[in-house]
Write a protein that binds this ligand. Structure first.
Ligand code: GLV
Length: 328
């Protein structure tokens, strides 16, 4: 049984593969693997430990061949994997939810605070040698206290983002089609929290933070019309997936001053970042690092390895995306 790990991952994950006695291949270079090399490397594998940067589609599954039993994605999002195709072929897909919840929520707040208080603009000003004196009108931002946070998606991460709002004295509006929380008893912790419809959330929130899964139903959930519902003083934060936002519509809205700013960790055609976004001063841009803490990335690697080992050793992995193919 051979496993291919599509890019170097934290040591903790590789150690688990070694302890399980699995032989694996992993490229030495940290960058994106060349597609043809990747297709060659997966040939004959029983398992692939994939990163979110690798498309695991019919072509990759075909290249792996009939021995392939599991694709273990080192991410909670699995839009890089054609789950339908995997299911059709009886290949189990697993992911890594839970371990990155607090880290991703922290980063969402880092973006929100930095955007509201213009931290990146201040940093640029200082580095450019333009800090001449304290100024009563210099880089005035927006207060969080007393404002309203709208959280789209009430899964683990959305809720962890919402929960932090209590400490900042913000009101919280929540949207999810199911109006369900993982731990419903926690709802009471946020005395101000209220379930609302999506359009109402966009109309009322001062900060809109996006946390839905990436599915056909959430593709361009934030489109021209929804953006037009936002207050011109409101901010948009996206740490979910780029395709949840119509990026061109967002650019037009920002250019026209129809919202106050945006902070993005993800992009529609990642890693491409449109030039227009690079040129807007009220946009904060991050390179998809919301889950990037030392501890969390180790946990993600370990969980992805455990999911893969469990699947190959006949134990049900903790996080199956298509459990219907599990036969044990
Ligand atoms: C990161 O973006 C993830 O989905 O885990």
């Amino acid at each position: 049984m051979r496993v291919h790990v599509t890019r170097p991952i934290p040591r903790a994950g590789l150690e688990l593969l070694e302890q399980a006695g699995l032989s694996y291949t992993v490229p030495e270079a940290e960058g994106l693997p060349d597609r043809s090399e990747l297709l060659r490397a997966v040939a004959g594998c029983t398992g692939i430990l994939s990163l979110l940067t690798e498309r695991m589609d019919a072509e990759a599954m075909e290249a792996a061949g009939p021995a392939l039993r599991v694709i273990s994605n080192h991410a909670v999002g699995h839009d890089n994997v054609d789950v339908k195709e995997a299911t059709r072929r009886g290949i189990l897909v697993t992911n890594t939810p839970g371990v990155l919840t607090e880290t991703t929520a922290d980063f969402t707040w880092a973006l929100m605070l930095a955007l509201a208080r213009r931290v990146a603009e201040g940093d640029r000003l200082v580095r450019e040698g333009k800090f001449e004196a304290w100024g009563p009108l210099m880089l005035l931002g927006t207060d969080l206290a007393g404002s309203t946070l709208g959280v789209v998606g009430s899964g683990r991460i959305g809720w962890a983002v919402a929960r932090r709002a209590a400490g900042f004295k913000m009101r919280v509006l929540l949207y999810s089609p199911s109006r369900r929380l993982e731990n419903p008893e926690e709802f009471g912790l946020l005395r101000s929290a209220q379930w609302v419809e999506l359009d109402e959330l966009f109309q009322r929130a001062d900060f809109v933070s996006l946390h839905p899964p990436s599915t056909p139903a959430t593709h361009h959930l934030v489109d021209e019309r929804r953006l037009s519902l936002m207050k011109p003083t409101a901010f948009l934060i996206n740490t979910s997936r780029g395709c949840v936002v119509d990026e061109q519509a967002l650019i037009r809205a920002l250019q026209a001053g129809r919202l106050a700013g945006a902070a993005l960790d993800v992009y529609e055609h990642e890693p491409h970042v449109p030039q227009e976004l690079l040129e807007l001063p009220n946009v904060l841009l991050a390179p998809h690092i919301a889950s990037a803490s030392q501890a969390t990335r180790s946990k993600m690697a370990s969980l992805a390895a455990r999911n893969l080992i469990d699947a190959l050793e006949g134990r049900p992995p903790e996080h199956m995306v298509n459990p219907e193919v599990w036969r044990g």
